[in-house]
Design a protein around this ligand. Sequence first.
Ligand code: PLP
Length: 406
Amino acid sequence: MTFDPASRVQDYLVFGEFGDVNPSITDSSTYTFLSPERMAELFEHEIEGCFLYSRHFNPTNKYLANALERMEDGESAQVMASGMGAISTTLMTLCGAGNEIICGRSIYGGTYALLKNLLPRFGVTTRFVDLCNHDAVRAAMTPCTRVLYCESLSNPLLEVSDLPALAAIAHEHGARLVVDNTFTPMILSPLRHGADIVVHSLTKFVNGTSDCVAGCVVSSHEFIAQLNDINSGPSMLLGPVLDSTRAASILKNLHSLHIRLRQHGTNALYVANRLAALGYTVHYPGLGNHPQHALLGRLMNPGYGWGGMLTLDAGDHAAANRLMTLMQRDKVGYLAVSLGYFKTLFTTPGHSTSSEIPLEEREAAGLHEGLIRFSIGLDEDIAETMVRIERCLTEARVKPGGSPRI
Ligand code: PLP
């Protein structure tokens, strides 16, 4: 059955106390109780409509969480101060000393550093594998594995995770499938394909205006209660709480996400097709030659496009730098990390968002030095922008070809 996340978000209605079309923003860290008995009761178990302290939850954050849980077709959600807050607290909820995580080798650098450098200090170890090789994933699972972790569309290599197959492997081994859906909100609904927990960096497409950092976790009632438990929940105890004024602005932006995604996707497909026609090594899941094009076609919700992310291999680092400098000069977009902004953003991941991953591991995964990651913007006239990109390619002496993917 077709799932329509935009309609699910659209039908979520909340008002302010005067019928305001936007809900009132909670401007309080704490809440009064009518009696000491009621206070004690609330600290023992959650009571619908009652709030105990804004690090735990506050009404504005709850509105955003409710909208996101509808978008992802989950039972419950928690919003966070960052995507990394969502990822780290999720993994700390699921894993303790002696447990293992199996993670894709093409992954955001911050997540890699968390798994490789920080979690081992608490006795949680990770093995990084090629998630396209299901035999390798199966072979890596052990009785200590608690989590199989992937990005729905990986950063920066844009590999599509076969969510039903990975969920089946995780569940066969008593583990949970955790999916970072930051690159494909609305396009993919991982919980509907068997994932147990979805995390997002809301900083990116969901918010879309690059004016704040935020994240969320969507899952079952049981998991969100565990994450937020006042005695043992990593969200409650580490405290990555999102400010309510930001939650309110993200909720407003969420309501235009479907329109923005279509424009990002239309523009990215145009640029990808044109670069491919010119003979450049371009990687975009909407192109027929992308290795998981058919898989994404099967899994995706129709009507939101193939996403706004693409990569171009400029051949080497110097050529990539020349091209990015010229594209910034000619107002193609900004030389900046992050993604999902209305302007096009470009970066060389090997020297920025994936620099935490050692060079040998990056090369082995196919993340070459000349790889440029683009987050294509909402340009009204993408053909005109493409003319500028082509001029920059010529002036930067970037040759068609580039390093092949392995
Ligand atoms: N997940 C992915 C795929 C990302 O690209 C990023 C940041 O670039 C994050 C998570 C971390 O999100 P945040 O910067 O909001 O903490």
